[in-house]
Design a protein around this ligand. Sequence first.
Ligand SMILES: NC(=O)c1ccc[n+]([C@@H]2O[C@H](COP(=O)([O-])OP(=O)(O)OC[C@H]3O[C@@H](n4cnc5c(N)ncnc54)[C@H](OP(=O)(O)O)[C@@H]3O)[C@@H](O)[C@H]2O)c1
Length: 165
Amino acid sequence: MTEVRPNVTMIAAVGRNGVIGDGLTMPWHLPEDLKFFKRTTMGHPMVMGRRTFDTMGVLPGRRSIVVTRDTGWSHDGVEVAHSLQQALDLVPRERELFVVGGGEVYRLALPYAARLLVTEVEQSPPGSVTFPAIDPDTWVETAREAGTGFSWVTYERRDGARDAP
Ligand SMILES: NC(=O)c1ccc[n+]([C@@H]2O[C@H](COP(=O)([O-])OP(=O)(O)OC[C@H]3O[C@@H](n4cnc5c(N)ncnc54)[C@H](OP(=O)(O)O)[C@@H]3O)[C@@H](O)[C@H]2O)c1
């Protein structure tokens, strides 16, 4: 059984149709949400897929852990992991870490996550990369704040993270 980790938060901006990207870029430009992302993740470790890293590079002030199957891959300023579990294990469990995408890595990380910070974007853009379904039996909405063209929504796991130490 996958062990939920109380220190794992996923953060994503998601269209009404579940789309988060087209594989290369973000489908929208929301400066207010980018500021939210920056102030929320600043100072915390971030875990991301190699393709997401390719789209955003090294973000200052945050430890970047990139997940790839390529054992030859490296990049200045980032740590490399070859599985999601290995990436999570690089961070002490008392330190909050953010999973920042993309679609493949969100799917891998969802069973471990204790909290989701979802920017619900009021658009349905084309794109092949999606956020996994948020099952209401598992997740409960605990906060919602409206922005311009989007809402910031917090979900927490209903059964808490009781499997974790
Ligand atoms: N809207 C948002 O909030 C948001 C956030 C982040 C990203 N995005 C968008 O999401 C898209 C990228 O997402 P994506 O799903 O294409 O890719 P991704 O999840 O960013 O990265 C996928 C890569 O992760 C590595 N990987 C996947 N599973 C693995 C495993 N089990 N073990 C080891 N490595 C593994 C592989 O890297 P290798 O190929 O190197 O082996 C794989 O190609 C972009 O369009 C980006 O703009 C949107």
